[in-house]
Design a protein around this ligand. Structure first.
Ligand SMILES: *Cc1c(COP(=O)(O)O)cnc(C)c1O
Length: 393
């Protein structure tokens, strides 16, 4: 039988059985509208309230600070546009972010730039970390918001969030973090870590797709992104996705309860994979080795095209991703790999393998069995590799 290894957990994850079990009643007989007055509606509302408490509990927030959205992208858009538009009325039209954010943040910034906002995109270190000093130095009188992602989705590096939040608060600036990759993988406490707004998404933590949440600290008022009915305290209209929200909360509860134990198991597999892959000549690990997500492996192989690598891995039943051009639907290689200083041709040869709790050491060993052969085959056909070898002589 052909082996199948899913090693793309940063792209999306599988819904687990307990999550599906928790969702099913709300997709079948529990179809009531949570705004309806009769008991079928009230039951849905109860499930919604309970989910809100669970999500808040996982973050150290209060239930009234949690607003459900259609996912991480919506939460990012809402947080950033919302704060920007509120603060613009007070004459603050400067926003700070980093060059290697998710496109849900960067493209939101592009939209705001067209509206007349000024955006500072901070650089990151070659290890893929935002420097707290850079954040401090970039804050001005007219800065409305700082938004820095908690953990990078490509190279997995974990940012000094509490320190960045502290600097923001010392200078009286609001702080948002896109924590889509971090929630469930690292312990988060929004109060202790000085976070004012935080985005999360269900499908990155074994919950369903199309549901997420935005934490908005009490006292912060931002305009609606979606206008309509009175759902989510009249802040986010649309009949609630009860099943999705219950699924998100169930997934978060499971994820947040076992972080330490799961992280140490996944880290062991990650390190085995990194050490094994680094045996291949002329490759490098992207992103800080220590300050990275438990499941993230990102390695660039010289003289290889990421797209071809992925196709060969798929032939062998391995799902992975790459910082190569074609996979992103543009001609440029990953903005994250460029941000950490990789030359274009090296960025093109990068491979991201993201492990999760359902991977096994056998999966890792299978990947280590397949990848070196594929790299060798691709290099044998590559004019770029020929040139690299020729230069060495
Ligand atoms: C996946 C992801 C998003 C987008 O979340 P969706 O729920 O898919 O919209 C945003 N930010 C980061 C860092 C992500 O990894």
């Amino acid at each position: 039988m052909k082996k199948f290894v899913y090693a793309d957990n940063a792209a999306t994850t599988k819904i687990t059985q307990p999550v599906l079990d928790a969702m099913l009643p709300w997709l079948t007989e529990g179809y009531g509208n949570a705004s309806s007055i009769y008991s079928k509606g009230r039951e849905a509302l109860k499930a919604l309230n309970s989910a809100r408490e669970t999500v808040a509990g996982c973050l150290g927030a209060k239930p009234e600070e949690i607003f459900f959205t259609s996912g991480g992208s919506e939460a990012d858009n809402w947080a950033i546009k919302g704060v920007a538009h509120t603060m613009a009325k007070k004459g603050k039209k400067h926003l700070i972010t980093s060059v290697f954010e998710h496109h849900a943040v960067l493209h939101t910034m592009d939209a705001l730039r067209k509206e007349g906002f000024e955006i500072t995109e901070l650089p990151v270190t070659p290890q893929g970390l935002v420097r707290v000093e850079d954040v401090a130095a970039a804050i001005r009188e007219d800065t409305a918001l700082v938004t820095i992602m908690y953990a990078n989705n490509e190279i997995g590096t974990i940012q000094p969030i509490a320190e960045i939040g502290k600097v923001c608060h010392e200078k009286g600036v609001l702080f948002h973090t896109d924590a889509v990759q971090a929630v469930g993988n690292v312990p988060i406490d929004v109060k202790e870590q000085n976070i004012d707004l935080l985005s999360l998404s269900g499908h990155k933590l074994h919950g369903p797709k199309g549901v997420g949440a935005l934490y908005i600290r009490r006292g912060i008022v931002i305009p609606n992104l979606i206008d309509g009915g009175a759902q989510e305290k009249s802040k986010r209209a649309g009949t609630e996705n009860v099943a999705g929200i219950v699924g998100l909360a169930t997934a978060m509860e499971i994820a947040c309860n076992g972080i330490e134990e799961r992280a140490s198991k996944v880290k062991q597999m990650r390190d085995r994979l990194i050490d094994g892959l680094l045996q291949i000549p002329r490759c490098r690990l992207n992103g800080d080795r220590e300050r990275r997500l438990p499941g993230n492996v990102n390695i660039s192989f010289e003289g290889v095209e990421g797209e071809s690598l992925l196709l060969w891995l798929d032939q062998n039943g391995i799902c992975a991703s790459s910082g190569s051009a074609c996979t992103s639907g543009s001609l440029d290689p990953s903005h994250v790999l460029i941000a950490i200083g990789l030359p274009h041709e090296v960025a093109h040869g990068s491979l991201r393998l993201t492990l999760g709790e359902f991977n096994t050491t056998e999966d890792v060993d299978y990947i280590l069995e397949v990848v070196p052969g594929v790299i060798e085959k691709l290099r044998a056909m590559s004019p770029l590799w020929e040139r690299i070898i020729a230069q060495e002589k």
